[in-house]
Design a protein around this ligand. Structure first.
Ligand code: 9EZ
Length: 348
């Protein structure tokens, strides 16, 4: 029996996938302290988490039974990957399930920022009828720069094209041809793309390379009146530098769904009237949560199958009893790489 621990909420559909699989025992525990997570981990083969559980080196150390960690959703920032690797634990995430939800939230934020929906709504709810204070700007005809052209960045770019925006893009990995196909003008220099846009949206992971990629230096190069959106990861845009650029009037406004600290302890940005803020809602849709749950349950099952198969291979090799149909035809003395390859092909 494989025991699978779930410490954050998983969609009903995802739970069903796990519960309907023979040989899987689901252990649901929420609100655990790190010590309790460490204890629970000792008696499970796999754990499924979202962003609410942090798996530190301390928690992962000496977990002999644990084989897999699955993160429902994109970021693996809350998992110590080096410690997991040291402990021989596979880590998997489900990067595609929230693409459209995050792209749509980015668009909701871009539109709301442009039309002052936040302040106008607050004004009406306060009993006023103020039609003078909230004049906005159109998106059509404006230039949007998309920094990071992965699934979400490309999805935002496609929507921007439908809104008749000129779309510029930067990504170290994307091809010229792909951009051409999608109507994105590709730039190979961050310092150049930032000078050309009326709107900038970031869709990169948070890495040493992207932390503060939008800083005081680059903000100063941007057109006066630029609007900035971050629905990706807190810290891609330097928070203090952004606040300064908004206060000076150089940046017309920012829409932020993500923060360096969540919830933000430093309220400087959130408190600015020109900042529209939401509490990391990019993937908070019925559809994205359901997809993340199913995807992670399926990923977990594939990994457990994989681990099982690897154990069988190890056993077959140690017993010198390898299945002949799996034998390495190139005559290697170690059949494991070939078997692994077959296995990986089977697992897709
Ligand atoms: C970096 C990136 C995108 C980027 C995209 C991916 C690891 N990585 N880094 C700088 N997948 C835009 C600017």
């Amino acid at each position: 029996m494989h025991r699978v621990l779930i410490t954050d909420s998983l969609s009903k559909a995802g739970l069903k996938v796990l519960e309907q699989t023979p040989g899987i025992e689901v252990v649901i525990r929420s609100g655990l302290t790190p010590q309790q997570v460490r204890e629970e981990l000792k008696s499970v083969d796999a754990i499924i988490i979202r962003s609410g559980t942090t798996l530190t080196a301390e928690l992962l150390e000496g977990q002999d039974r644990l084989k897999c960690i699955a993160r429902a959703g994109v970021g693996v920032d809350n998992i110590n990957l080096e410690a997991a690797t040291r402990a021989g634990v596979l880590v998997m995430n489900t990067p595609s399930g929230n693409t459209i939800s995050t792209a749509e939230h980015t668009f909701a934020m871009m539109l709301a920022l442009s039309r002052n929906i936040g302040p106008a709504h607050a004004s009406m709810k306060a009993g006023k009828w103020d039609r003078k204070s909230f004049q906005g700007t159109q998106l059509a005809g404006k230039t949007l720069a998309v920094l990071g052209l992965g699934r979400i960045g490309l999805s935002v770019a496609a929507r921007a094209r439908a809104f008749e925006m000129n779309v510029l893009g930067y990504d170290p990995l994307i091809s010229e041809e792909k951009c051409k196909e999608l109507g994105i003008q590709l730039f190979r220099d961050v310092d150049e793309i930032v000078t050309r846009c009326d709107y900038l949206t970031v869709h990169t992971p948070l890495t040493d390379e992207t932390r503060g990629i939008i800083n005081a230096d680059r903000l100063a190069k941007m057109k006066k009146g630029v609007r900035i959106i971050n629905c990706a990861r807190g810290g891609i845009i330097d928070e203090q530098d952004l606040a300064t650029a908004i206060e000076s009037g150089h940046v017309a406004g920012a829409a932020l769904d993500v923060f360096v600290d969540e919830p933000p302890t430093d309220r400087r940005l959130v408190d600015l009237p020109k900042v529209l803020a939401t509490p990391h809602l990019g993937a908070s849709t019925d559809e994205a949560q359901e997809k993340a749950g199913i995807a992670v349950a399926e990923a977990e099952l594939r990994k457990l199958q994989f681990t099982n198969a690897m154990a069988n291979i190890d056993q077959a090799i140690s017993l010198n009893n390898t299945n002949a149909s799996f034998h390495n035809t190139k005559g290697s003395s170690n059949p494991k790489p070939t078997l692994l390859l077959l296995l990986v092909q089977q697992l897709g």
